[in-house]
Design a binder for this molecule. Structure first.
Ligand SMILES: O=c1ccn([C@@H]2O[C@H](COP(=O)(O)O)[C@@H](O)[C@H]2O)c(=O)[nH]1
Length: 281
C-alpha cells in the first residue's frame, strides 16, 4: 500500500499555504433548486462538478457530506468517488464527512472503505463517531496511521442536542466531550508539526476555555454561516487553540453558486475572514 506523509503534516502545510478554511460540498435539495438544477442524479453531478471546479485550487480542505450523495444510491456514490479523485488530484485535502462508528469488527470495514489507499473512496481524513466507545475506533486509528490518513472524532458537536451526550459527566468527574479530547491528545503525543487525529468542535459553542483543546492535532469547527457562528467568533471560542482550527463553511459558501467565480469569491472572502480572526487569537 502506498504510504502518504501523515495527514497532520500535510494539513499543517496546506493551512499555512492556503489558510485554514474548509468548505463543505453539501448538495441539499434546496441548494440544487436554488442553482436551477433538478433534485436528481444529473443535478447532483452538475452541482458537484461546479463545486469541485470552484474549490479545488482555492481552499486547503474540502469536506464532502456523504449523506447527500448516498441519498441517490450507487450513482450518487459514484459522483462522490469522482469528486474525491478530482479534488485530491488537484492537491486539495479531502475530509470525508461520513461520521462512521460501529463495533470494532464493523468499524474495520468502514476504515477499509475510506482509509485504505486502494479504495475508490480513499480520503485524506474521515469523520468518525466515538459513541460506541472510543476504543471501538481502533481499526480506523490503526489503518489511518498505516496509510497516512487522519480522523476527526466527534467531541463537541455544533448542534444544540449534542450536549445531552457530550456534556454528560463521568464517574471520574470529566465530561464525555473532554474525555474524547484527552484520547486524541494521547494519539497525537510527540507528533510534529501536529498529529493526524483531530476533534470536531463546533464554532457555535461559545467560550470553551473550560476544555483542554490542546490536543496537538486539528480541530474541525463546523457551524459558521448557516448555523449562526461567524469567523470573528473563533478567538473567543477557541482561544490559543485557534491556531489548529480548521473552520468549516458549507451552505453559506454554496449559496453563492452556481457561478464558479461567485463560489470562489465567497470562499476567498470566508478564507480571508478566518485567517484574520485566527491571527488575532
Ligand atoms: O458538529 C458537527 C459536525 C458536522 N457538521 C457538518 O458540517 C456541515 C455544516 O454545514 P453548514 O451548511 O455550514 O451548516 C454539515 O455537513 C454538517 O453535517 C456539523 O454541522 N456539525
Amino acid at each position: 500500500m502506498t504510504v502518504l506523509e501523515p495527514f497532520g503534516a500535510r494539513l499543517r502545510r496546506a493551512m499555512d499555504e492556503r489558510g485554514p478554511l474548509c468548505v463543505g460540498i453539501d448538495p441539499h435539495a434546496a441548494l440544487l433548486s436554488a442553482w436551477g438544477l433538478n433534485d436528481d442524479i444529473d443535478g447532483l453531478e452538475r452541482f458537484t462538478r461546479i463545486s469541485v471546479e470552484a474549490l479545488a485550487d482555492t481552499v486547503a480542505v474540502v469536506k464532502p457530506q456523504s449523506a447527500f450523495f448516498e441519498r441517490f444510491g450507487s450513482r450518487g456514490v459514484a459522483v462522490l468517488e469522482r469528486a474525491v479523485a478530482d479534488l485530491r488530484a488537484a492537491g486539495t485535502l479531502v475530509v470525508m464527512d461520513a461520521k462512521r462508528g460501529d463495533i470494532g469488527s464493523t468499524m474495520a470495514a468502514y476504515a477499509e472503505t475510506f482509509l485504505h489507499k486502494d479504495s475508490p473512496l480513499f480520503s485524506d481524513a474521515l469523520t468518525v463517531s466515538p459513541y460506541l466507545g472510543y476504543g471501538s475506533l481502533k481499526p480506523a486509528v490503526d489503518l489511518a496511521r498505516e496509510s497516512g490518513a487522519g480522523l476527526f472524532v466527534l467531541a463537541l458537536t455544533s448542534n444544540p442536542e449534542g450536549g445531552e451526550v457530550q456534556h454528560a459527566v463521568r464517574a471520574d468527574g470529566r465530561n464525555v466531550g473532554a474525555t474524547m479530547l484527552a484520547h486524541l491528545a494521547e494519539e497525537n503525543a510527540g507528533e510534529t508539526p501536529m498529529g493526524s487525529f483531530g476533534a470536531v468542535v463546533g464554532a457555535t459553542l461559545g467560550d470553551l476555555s473550560s476544555y483542554d483543546l490542546d490536543i496537538n492535532g486539528p480541530l474541525l469547527a463546523p457551524g459558521i454561516g448557516a448555523q449562526g457562528a461567524t469567523p470573528a467568533d473563533l478567538p473567543a471560542v477557541f482561544g490559543a487553540a485557534a491556531r489548529n482550527v480548521v473552520p468549516n463553511v458549507s451552505r453559506a459558501v454554496l449559496k453563492a453558486g452556481p457561478s464558479v467565480g461567485a463560489l470562489r469569491e465567497a470562499s476567498v472572502r470566508f478564507a480571508d475572514e478566518v485567517r484574520a480572526a485566527v491571527a488575532s487569537a
